[in-house]
Write a protein that binds this ligand. Structure first.
Ligand SMILES: Cc1cc2nc3c(=O)[nH]c(=O)nc-3n(C[C@H](O)[C@H](O)[C@H](O)COP(=O)(O)O)c2cc1C
Length: 188
């Protein structure tokens, strides 16, 4: 089984990364092959809006997007986690979504698409306390999954986390939830 994890935060060492790492460790412990991408470590240029990809299914820009998408589409599960930035996903992740236009189901000439069932898990984290805002983040990730033919099977929302210490001290149950999810991911 292959799982691709995406840390959708501007920081590769914060709460979002901690949750992904905890889940990834649980999965590798089950013998699952895990590939992790931190969006902030990747070279991802803005979409130019040229729509050349509508003609040939390819992006005119060469950076890390194609490798990431190929890995996602070769997975059995995708885990994507993002913090709320102004009630949306961070710009780095939004830019990645924009650059998936060659691979989405609205592209009439896409040449790369899923060849098997892929299941997706979405995780949202925010500093504020109302869960409604996290639903916006989860909807964005699910929307992305939908256009790639990835079925969202689990949505996790964590509120009241402004820094890693908040997560560690106030939300051990959230860490436990993602660890258990990693241990039982094949059952989803
Ligand atoms: C630029 C920026 C914008 C943010 N906007 C919001 C927001 O609109 N709502 C909220 O609840 N938290 C907001 N936060 C707080 C983050 O969601 C919170 O600190 C999160 O735990 C950061 O995750 P990380 O440790 O993975 O970076 C914002 C943080 C930053 C840096």
């Amino acid at each position: 089984m292959k799982v691709t994890c995406v840390v959708g935060s501007a920081r590769n060492c914060g709460s979002t990364a901690y949750l992904i790492d905890a889940m990834a460790e649980a999965m590798t412990g089950q013998g699952i092959s895990v590939r992790k991408y931190c969006i902030s470590d990747m070279k991802i240029q803005y979409c130019l809006g040229c729509k050349q990809c509508y003609l040939d299914g390819k992006c005119v820009q060469k950076d890390d997007v194609a490798e990431m998408v190929a890995c996602i589409l070769d997975s059995d599960y995708v885990v994507m986690a993002a913090p709320s930035y102004w009630a949306g996903v961070p710009g780095q992740l939004k830019t990645f979504f924009d650059r998936n236009t060659p691979y989405g189901d609205t592209n009439p000439n896409r040449i790369l698409q899923k060849q098997k069932e892929i299941k997706g898990i979405a995780i949202a984290i925010r500093a504020g306390t109302h869960a409604e805002e996290n639903e916006l983040i989860l909807n964005e990730i699910s929307h992305y999954y939908g256009h790639l033919g990835i079925q969202t099977v689990k949505r996790i929302s964590i509120c009241g986390v402004d820094c890693l210490n908040d997560l560690l001290q106030k939300h051990p149950e959230a860490i436990q939830e993602v660890v258990q999810l990693g241990q039982h991911i094949g059952e989803l």
